[in-house]
Design a binder for this molecule. Structure first.
Ligand SMILES: O=C(O)C(=O)C[C@]1(C(=O)O)C=C[C@@H](O)C=C1
Length: 175
């Protein structure tokens, strides 16, 4: 037998017990971040009582938390975990779900780095623009922007141009 702890809290983002990055309720390295899975309990299970409380108190604050111990057979717990993994990833097998979960973790790390690099680029671009403007020049230098767009197009094709345009907009604002 396995004891599952079902913690119900406010829907407020970041509230204790809420699903989200770094709050995996599942075994393995797969990362959640997708909508909360449906309750694993049958409708007539006593553990569903807490769900009813949530429904009756939609304005519960982030400080309100209820923890209920539910005892289920180990096999059931394992099946529920596998079901959640496949629901979160769209995979049809636990093996594929783990591959996807691991790869998503790597993507999140890459995205964090990309965001950090873009922010760094914005700061460097601001230095250039401030120097140009305070010397009496204009914020925008179209010839340079063409060079930037060309580099992204050469590396990534047409979507690269769109990406560079968005990046330039982030760096110098809309023109
Ligand atoms: O290279 C410049 O001159 C910049 O001002 C930087 C930058 C950029 O972010 O790449 C920003 C605005 C200009 O229109 C051109 C390029």
């Amino acid at each position: 037998m396995v004891v599952l702890l079902e913690q119900l809290t406010s829907d407020f983002p970041g509230a204790p017990g809420r699903q989200g990055p770094g709050r995996s309720a599942f075994p393995g390295r797969c990362r959640p971040g997708l909508p909360d899975p449906p309750s694993p309990l049958p409708d007539d299970h006593p553990g569903r009582l807490t769900s009813a409380i949530t429904a009756q108190e939609p304005l519960m604050t982030a400080t309100t938390a209820t923890t209920t111990a539910i005892t289920v057979p180990a096999a059931t717990a394992k099946n529920l975990a596998a079901k959640n993994l496949t629901e979160q990833t769209g995979a049809r097998t636990a093996e594929a779900a783990h591959v996807i979960g691991d790869a998503r973790e790597r993507i999140d790390i890459l995205d964090d780095r990309i965001i950090g690099l873009i922010q760094e680029r914005m700061a460097v671009s601001a230095v250039i623009q401030e120097a140009r403007i305070s010397s009496g020049g204009r914020r925008v230098n179209l010839a340079r922007e063409m060079e930037v767009l060309g580099r992204f197009r050469d590396a990534l094709g047409k979507p690269g141009t769109a990406l560079a345009m968005t990046m330039l907009e982030l760096c110098r604002g809309r023109i």
